[in-house]
Design a protein around this ligand. Structure first.
Ligand code: FES
Length: 137
């Protein structure tokens, strides 16, 4: 899996999202209070765009007549048929063991470190001998 720089941190505000295209795939990056998560922008049901979905929380009930609204801003609801997914894991709310949207690892890295980069091209010594350029490979 190759690394791709998709945006400066400041361009995706807390609670916000950004749609990016990486290697031909549409991926939506969410900022949950400074933590970043990336999901494939394709609902596993029929392909709705999760980037266009409503970000919400979910309701849990410890018992009849009681409910708690929690995890505010950590669920995304598909705009087509309202399936909901956990932004942190990609798991669906209704069947988390079997139904999930693909998620991708996300990291925040300093710009200077990216400039240096971990990737160095293979180098070879070069010498000029008479009129010929020679490469030792
Ligand atoms: S396409 Fe997403 S819920 Fe149907």
């Amino acid at each position: 899996m190759a690394r791709h720089v998709v945006a400066p941190v400041g361009e995706i505000a807390p609670g916000g999202r950004r749609l990016v295209e990486v290697s031909g795939r549409r991926i939506v990056v969410f900022n949950l209070g400074g933590e970043f998560f990336a999901l494939l922008d394709r609902c596993p049901h029929q392909g709705g765009s999760l980037c266009a979905g409503v970000v919400t929380g979910h309701v849990e009930s410890p018992g009849p007549g009681e409910y708690v609204y929690g995890r505010r801003g950590e669920m995304v609801r598909c705009p087509w048929h309202a399936w909901e997914f956990d932004i942190r894991t990609g798991k669906s709310w209704f069947d988390p063991r079997r139904m999930k949207v693909r998620s991708f690892p996300v990291a925040v890295e300093r710009g200077a470190a990216l400039q240096e980069g971990p990737f160095v091209a293979e180098r070879f010594p070069v010498m000029v001998e008479g009129d010929y350029v020679v490469i030792d490979a």
